[in-house]
Design a protein around this ligand. Structure first.
Ligand SMILES: NC(=O)c1ccc[n+]([C@@H]2O[C@H](COP(=O)([O-])OP(=O)(O)OC[C@H]3O[C@@H](n4cnc5c(N)ncnc54)[C@H](O)[C@@H]3O)[C@@H](O)[C@H]2O)c1
Length: 319
Protein backbone atom coordinates (compact mmCIF):
# COMPACT_ATOMS: atom_id res chain seq x y z
CA UNK A 1 0.00 0.00 0.00
CA UNK A 2 1.03 3.60 -0.44
CA UNK A 3 1.19 5.43 2.90
CA UNK A 4 1.53 9.18 3.28
CA UNK A 5 3.20 9.93 6.63
CA UNK A 6 3.13 13.54 7.79
CA UNK A 7 5.97 14.56 10.10
CA UNK A 8 7.97 11.56 8.85
CA UNK A 9 11.33 13.24 9.51
CA UNK A 10 10.46 13.83 13.17
CA UNK A 11 11.16 11.66 16.19
CA UNK A 12 8.17 9.28 16.32
CA UNK A 13 7.06 9.29 12.69
CA UNK A 14 10.55 8.54 11.37
CA UNK A 15 10.29 5.24 13.28
CA UNK A 16 6.78 4.78 11.87
CA UNK A 17 8.20 5.30 8.36
CA UNK A 18 10.97 2.75 9.05
CA UNK A 19 8.36 0.22 10.21
CA UNK A 20 6.20 0.75 7.10
CA UNK A 21 9.25 0.39 4.82
CA UNK A 22 10.24 -2.82 6.65
CA UNK A 23 6.74 -4.17 5.97
CA UNK A 24 7.19 -3.47 2.25
CA UNK A 25 4.87 -0.46 2.02
CA UNK A 26 5.59 2.47 -0.28
CA UNK A 27 6.03 5.60 1.84
CA UNK A 28 5.64 9.26 0.98
CA UNK A 29 6.61 11.83 3.65
CA UNK A 30 5.20 15.33 4.02
CA UNK A 31 7.34 17.35 6.43
CA UNK A 32 8.29 21.04 6.55
CA UNK A 33 11.42 20.15 8.57
CA UNK A 34 10.54 22.69 11.26
CA UNK A 35 11.70 20.24 13.95
CA UNK A 36 12.29 17.18 11.76
CA UNK A 37 15.72 16.33 10.39
CA UNK A 38 16.96 14.99 7.07
CA UNK A 39 19.16 12.49 8.93
CA UNK A 40 15.96 10.84 10.26
CA UNK A 41 14.57 10.29 6.76
CA UNK A 42 14.36 6.70 5.56
CA UNK A 43 16.25 6.35 2.24
CA UNK A 44 13.43 4.41 0.64
CA UNK A 45 10.80 7.07 1.40
CA UNK A 46 10.03 9.99 -0.88
CA UNK A 47 10.06 13.35 0.94
CA UNK A 48 8.00 16.41 0.03
CA UNK A 49 9.26 19.40 2.01
CA UNK A 50 5.81 20.87 2.30
CA UNK A 51 3.70 22.46 5.06
CA UNK A 52 0.49 20.61 5.93
CA UNK A 53 -1.28 23.97 6.17
CA UNK A 54 -0.12 25.22 2.77
CA UNK A 55 -1.51 24.90 -0.75
CA UNK A 56 1.19 22.56 -2.03
CA UNK A 57 0.03 19.62 0.10
CA UNK A 58 -2.91 19.28 -2.30
CA UNK A 59 -0.43 18.67 -5.13
CA UNK A 60 1.11 15.82 -3.13
CA UNK A 61 -2.29 14.12 -2.75
CA UNK A 62 -3.12 14.69 -6.43
CA UNK A 63 0.21 13.26 -7.57
CA UNK A 64 0.62 10.41 -5.10
CA UNK A 65 -2.98 9.33 -4.35
CA UNK A 66 -2.11 7.57 -1.06
CA UNK A 67 -4.16 4.64 0.28
CA UNK A 68 -3.42 5.50 3.91
CA UNK A 69 -2.70 8.81 5.63
CA UNK A 70 -0.75 8.55 8.89
CA UNK A 71 -0.77 12.01 10.44
CA UNK A 72 2.01 12.84 12.90
CA UNK A 73 3.05 16.39 11.90
CA UNK A 74 2.21 18.79 14.70
CA UNK A 75 3.27 21.59 16.96
CA UNK A 76 4.23 19.40 19.93
CA UNK A 77 5.35 21.76 22.69
CA UNK A 78 2.89 22.29 25.56
CA UNK A 79 4.63 25.51 26.79
CA UNK A 80 4.67 26.92 23.23
CA UNK A 81 0.96 26.16 22.90
CA UNK A 82 0.39 28.24 26.06
CA UNK A 83 2.46 31.13 24.68
CA UNK A 84 1.13 30.93 21.11
CA UNK A 85 -2.27 29.19 21.11
CA UNK A 86 -3.08 30.56 17.66
CA UNK A 87 0.05 29.06 16.11
CA UNK A 88 -0.73 25.77 17.85
CA UNK A 89 -4.29 25.76 16.51
CA UNK A 90 -3.16 26.76 12.99
CA UNK A 91 -0.78 23.81 12.75
CA UNK A 92 -2.65 21.21 14.75
CA UNK A 93 -6.31 21.91 14.03
CA UNK A 94 -6.25 23.65 10.64
CA UNK A 95 -3.50 21.34 9.37
CA UNK A 96 -5.53 18.27 10.36
CA UNK A 97 -8.73 19.58 8.76
CA UNK A 98 -6.80 20.26 5.56
CA UNK A 99 -5.54 16.65 5.51
CA UNK A 100 -9.04 15.33 6.25
CA UNK A 101 -10.48 17.36 3.36
CA UNK A 102 -7.83 16.00 0.99
CA UNK A 103 -8.28 12.45 2.30
CA UNK A 104 -11.99 12.70 1.52
CA UNK A 105 -11.36 14.20 -1.92
CA UNK A 106 -8.80 11.57 -2.93
CA UNK A 107 -10.59 8.52 -1.45
CA UNK A 108 -8.07 7.66 1.27
CA UNK A 109 -8.95 4.26 2.80
CA UNK A 110 -7.88 5.04 6.35
CA UNK A 111 -6.72 8.03 8.38
CA UNK A 112 -4.40 7.39 11.34
CA UNK A 113 -3.85 10.11 13.90
CA UNK A 114 -1.30 10.48 16.70
CA UNK A 115 -3.11 11.87 19.70
CA UNK A 116 -1.98 12.15 23.28
CA UNK A 117 -3.14 10.14 26.26
CA UNK A 118 -0.39 11.86 28.25
CA UNK A 119 -2.04 15.28 27.91
CA UNK A 120 -5.66 14.72 26.93
CA UNK A 121 -6.99 13.09 30.13
CA UNK A 122 -5.60 15.79 32.42
CA UNK A 123 -5.24 14.85 36.11
CA UNK A 124 -7.45 11.75 35.82
CA UNK A 125 -9.13 10.21 38.84
CA UNK A 126 -8.86 6.77 37.26
CA UNK A 127 -5.32 5.49 36.56
CA UNK A 128 -4.30 3.71 34.47
CA UNK A 129 -6.82 5.70 32.43
CA UNK A 130 -8.97 3.99 29.80
CA UNK A 131 -10.37 5.48 26.58
CA UNK A 132 -13.87 5.93 28.03
CA UNK A 133 -12.61 8.32 30.69
CA UNK A 134 -13.86 11.82 29.77
CA UNK A 135 -10.88 13.91 28.60
CA UNK A 136 -10.15 17.14 30.46
CA UNK A 137 -7.51 18.68 28.19
CA UNK A 138 -5.62 21.25 30.26
CA UNK A 139 -3.49 23.10 27.68
CA UNK A 140 -4.03 24.56 24.21
CA UNK A 141 -1.95 21.65 22.86
CA UNK A 142 -4.20 19.05 24.51
CA UNK A 143 -7.30 20.97 23.41
CA UNK A 144 -6.08 21.09 19.80
CA UNK A 145 -5.40 17.33 19.81
CA UNK A 146 -8.84 16.63 21.26
CA UNK A 147 -10.45 18.93 18.68
CA UNK A 148 -8.68 16.96 15.91
CA UNK A 149 -10.13 13.73 17.31
CA UNK A 150 -13.61 15.26 17.07
CA UNK A 151 -13.04 16.41 13.47
CA UNK A 152 -11.78 12.94 12.53
CA UNK A 153 -14.88 11.32 14.03
CA UNK A 154 -17.04 13.85 12.19
CA UNK A 155 -15.39 12.93 8.85
CA UNK A 156 -16.03 9.28 9.61
CA UNK A 157 -19.68 9.81 10.45
CA UNK A 158 -20.35 12.27 7.65
CA UNK A 159 -18.20 10.87 4.83
CA UNK A 160 -17.32 7.32 5.91
CA UNK A 161 -13.58 8.03 6.23
CA UNK A 162 -12.19 5.17 8.34
CA UNK A 163 -9.82 6.17 11.12
CA UNK A 164 -7.65 5.03 14.00
CA UNK A 165 -6.77 7.48 16.73
CA UNK A 166 -3.74 6.40 18.76
CA UNK A 167 -3.44 8.14 22.12
CA UNK A 168 0.23 7.80 23.02
CA UNK A 169 1.64 7.88 26.53
CA UNK A 170 5.12 9.40 27.12
CA UNK A 171 7.18 8.25 24.17
CA UNK A 172 10.97 7.93 24.39
CA UNK A 173 13.73 6.54 22.20
CA UNK A 174 16.43 7.36 19.66
CA UNK A 175 16.04 10.66 17.70
CA UNK A 176 13.91 12.34 20.38
CA UNK A 177 14.46 16.08 20.75
CA UNK A 178 14.46 17.49 24.30
CA UNK A 179 11.76 20.17 23.92
CA UNK A 180 8.78 18.07 22.81
CA UNK A 181 5.71 16.86 24.65
CA UNK A 182 7.55 14.29 26.74
CA UNK A 183 11.25 14.97 26.35
CA UNK A 184 12.51 14.10 29.82
CA UNK A 185 14.57 11.07 28.73
CA UNK A 186 16.19 13.16 26.00
CA UNK A 187 16.87 15.98 28.50
CA UNK A 188 18.47 13.68 31.09
CA UNK A 189 20.51 11.75 28.51
CA UNK A 190 21.83 14.84 26.70
CA UNK A 191 22.74 16.70 29.89
CA UNK A 192 24.46 13.73 31.51
CA UNK A 193 26.46 13.04 28.35
CA UNK A 194 27.57 16.69 28.25
CA UNK A 195 28.70 16.47 31.90
CA UNK A 196 25.85 18.69 33.12
CA UNK A 197 23.82 17.99 36.27
CA UNK A 198 20.08 17.52 35.39
CA UNK A 199 17.19 18.97 37.40
CA UNK A 200 14.14 17.08 38.58
CA UNK A 201 10.91 19.06 38.86
CA UNK A 202 8.55 17.85 41.56
CA UNK A 203 5.67 18.76 43.84
CA UNK A 204 6.70 19.54 47.46
CA UNK A 205 4.93 16.44 48.82
CA UNK A 206 6.35 13.99 46.24
CA UNK A 207 10.12 14.18 46.06
CA UNK A 208 10.32 11.26 43.62
CA UNK A 209 8.67 13.44 40.97
CA UNK A 210 5.71 12.84 38.69
CA UNK A 211 4.50 9.42 37.57
CA UNK A 212 4.48 8.74 33.84
CA UNK A 213 3.91 5.82 31.49
CA UNK A 214 7.07 5.57 29.35
CA UNK A 215 6.64 3.71 26.07
CA UNK A 216 9.52 2.91 23.72
CA UNK A 217 9.22 4.43 20.25
CA UNK A 218 9.55 1.10 18.39
CA UNK A 219 6.53 -0.21 20.27
CA UNK A 220 4.71 2.99 19.30
CA UNK A 221 5.63 2.48 15.63
CA UNK A 222 4.30 -1.10 15.73
CA UNK A 223 0.92 0.26 16.77
CA UNK A 224 0.72 2.14 13.44
CA UNK A 225 1.43 -1.05 11.50
CA UNK A 226 -1.23 -3.02 13.39
CA UNK A 227 -3.75 -0.20 13.07
CA UNK A 228 -3.09 0.03 9.32
CA UNK A 229 -3.70 -3.71 8.90
CA UNK A 230 -6.80 -3.72 11.13
CA UNK A 231 -10.35 -3.08 9.98
CA UNK A 232 -11.13 -1.57 13.40
CA UNK A 233 -12.14 2.04 13.66
CA UNK A 234 -11.72 3.79 16.99
CA UNK A 235 -9.60 5.34 19.70
CA UNK A 236 -6.81 3.33 21.32
CA UNK A 237 -4.48 4.08 24.19
CA UNK A 238 -0.92 3.12 23.36
CA UNK A 239 1.08 2.85 26.56
CA UNK A 240 2.43 0.29 28.97
CA UNK A 241 -0.05 0.82 31.83
CA UNK A 242 2.93 1.04 34.21
CA UNK A 243 3.89 4.18 36.09
CA UNK A 244 7.45 5.32 36.77
CA UNK A 245 8.51 8.18 39.03
CA UNK A 246 10.82 10.72 37.38
CA UNK A 247 13.48 9.98 40.02
CA UNK A 248 13.46 6.26 39.10
CA UNK A 249 13.70 7.19 35.43
CA UNK A 250 16.68 9.42 36.27
CA UNK A 251 18.44 6.59 38.11
CA UNK A 252 17.70 4.09 35.32
CA UNK A 253 19.16 6.57 32.81
CA UNK A 254 22.37 6.84 34.84
CA UNK A 255 22.54 3.02 35.12
CA UNK A 256 22.11 2.67 31.34
CA UNK A 257 24.86 5.24 30.72
CA UNK A 258 27.27 3.56 33.14
CA UNK A 259 26.62 0.12 31.67
CA UNK A 260 27.48 1.75 28.31
CA UNK A 261 30.89 2.66 29.69
CA UNK A 262 30.11 6.35 30.30
CA UNK A 263 31.59 7.92 33.41
CA UNK A 264 28.94 9.76 35.43
CA UNK A 265 30.20 11.45 38.64
CA UNK A 266 28.84 10.06 41.94
CA UNK A 267 27.74 13.61 42.80
CA UNK A 268 25.13 13.27 40.00
CA UNK A 269 23.50 10.21 41.62
CA UNK A 270 20.88 12.58 42.99
CA UNK A 271 19.50 15.19 40.57
CA UNK A 272 19.22 18.92 41.26
CA UNK A 273 15.71 19.85 42.27
CA UNK A 274 13.15 22.45 41.32
CA UNK A 275 9.41 23.04 41.71
CA UNK A 276 6.80 21.46 39.44
CA UNK A 277 5.89 23.70 36.51
CA UNK A 278 2.49 25.26 35.93
CA UNK A 279 0.14 22.68 34.43
CA UNK A 280 2.24 19.67 35.45
CA UNK A 281 0.10 16.56 35.98
CA UNK A 282 0.99 14.37 38.97
CA UNK A 283 0.09 10.96 37.56
CA UNK A 284 -0.50 9.86 33.97
CA UNK A 285 -0.64 6.21 32.94
CA UNK A 286 -2.71 4.63 30.18
CA UNK A 287 -4.73 1.43 30.20
CA UNK A 288 -3.79 -0.39 26.95
CA UNK A 289 -6.40 -3.20 27.29
CA UNK A 290 -8.41 -2.12 24.23
CA UNK A 291 -5.34 -1.97 21.96
CA UNK A 292 -4.38 -5.49 23.06
CA UNK A 293 -7.89 -6.84 22.52
CA UNK A 294 -8.69 -5.15 19.18
CA UNK A 295 -5.29 -4.52 17.55
CA UNK A 296 -3.19 -7.25 19.15
CA UNK A 297 -0.79 -4.54 20.36
CA UNK A 298 1.15 -4.61 23.56
CA UNK A 299 4.47 -3.10 24.59
CA UNK A 300 7.41 -5.44 24.03
CA UNK A 301 10.08 -3.22 25.54
CA UNK A 302 10.31 -2.57 29.27
CA UNK A 303 11.85 0.67 30.47
CA UNK A 304 15.35 -0.76 31.08
CA UNK A 305 15.58 -2.38 27.61
CA UNK A 306 14.23 0.72 25.86
CA UNK A 307 16.59 2.99 27.80
CA UNK A 308 19.60 0.89 26.87
CA UNK A 309 18.84 1.28 23.14
CA UNK A 310 18.10 4.96 23.62
CA UNK A 311 21.31 5.64 25.51
CA UNK A 312 23.38 3.80 22.88
CA UNK A 313 21.93 6.17 20.30
CA UNK A 314 22.52 9.35 22.34
CA UNK A 315 26.06 8.25 23.15
CA UNK A 316 26.77 8.23 19.41
CA UNK A 317 25.03 11.56 18.74
CA UNK A 318 25.83 13.92 21.62
CA UNK A 319 29.25 15.52 21.30
N1 LIG B 1 6.56 12.64 22.01
C1 LIG B 1 5.51 12.16 22.69
O1 LIG B 1 5.65 11.61 23.79
C2 LIG B 1 4.12 12.24 22.10
C3 LIG B 1 3.07 11.83 22.89
C4 LIG B 1 1.79 11.87 22.36
C5 LIG B 1 1.59 12.30 21.05
N2 LIG B 1 2.63 12.74 20.31
C6 LIG B 1 2.35 13.17 18.94
O2 LIG B 1 3.17 12.46 18.03
C7 LIG B 1 3.45 13.28 16.88
C8 LIG B 1 4.95 13.33 16.61
O3 LIG B 1 5.60 13.91 17.74
P1 LIG B 1 7.18 13.90 17.91
O4 LIG B 1 7.44 13.85 19.37
O5 LIG B 1 7.79 12.90 17.01
O6 LIG B 1 7.54 15.37 17.40
P2 LIG B 1 8.59 15.93 16.30
O7 LIG B 1 8.62 17.42 16.46
O8 LIG B 1 9.87 15.18 16.37
O9 LIG B 1 7.86 15.57 14.94
C9 LIG B 1 6.93 16.40 14.32
C10 LIG B 1 7.28 16.45 12.84
O10 LIG B 1 6.28 17.22 12.16
C11 LIG B 1 6.91 18.17 11.31
N3 LIG B 1 6.01 19.33 11.21
C12 LIG B 1 5.66 20.19 12.20
N4 LIG B 1 4.80 21.12 11.71
C13 LIG B 1 4.60 20.83 10.41
C14 LIG B 1 3.82 21.42 9.37
N5 LIG B 1 3.08 22.51 9.59
N6 LIG B 1 3.85 20.87 8.13
C15 LIG B 1 4.62 19.77 7.88
N7 LIG B 1 5.38 19.16 8.82
C16 LIG B 1 5.38 19.69 10.07
C17 LIG B 1 8.24 18.50 11.99
O11 LIG B 1 9.21 19.02 11.11
C18 LIG B 1 8.62 17.13 12.56
O12 LIG B 1 9.34 16.37 11.61
C19 LIG B 1 2.83 14.63 17.18
O13 LIG B 1 1.58 14.70 16.53
C20 LIG B 1 2.65 14.64 18.68
O14 LIG B 1 1.58 15.47 19.07
C21 LIG B 1 3.89 12.73 20.81
Amino acid sequence: MKVLVTGGCGFIASHVVDAYVDQGHEVVIVDNLSTGKMENKNNKANLYKVDICGERVAEVFAGEKPDIVNHHAAQISVPLSVEQPLFDAETNIKGTIRLLELSREYGVKKFLFSSTGGAIYGEAERVPTDEDYPPVPASPYAISKFACEKYIQYYHKQFGLKYTILRYSNVFGPRQIPHGEAGVVAIFAEKLLKGEHPTLNHFPDEKRGMIRDYCFVKDIARASILATESQKVGIFNIGTGKGTHTLDLYKETINALRSNGKIIPQSFDEPRRDAARAGDIRVSTLDPTRAKRDLGWEAQYDLAKGLLETIQWYAGHVA
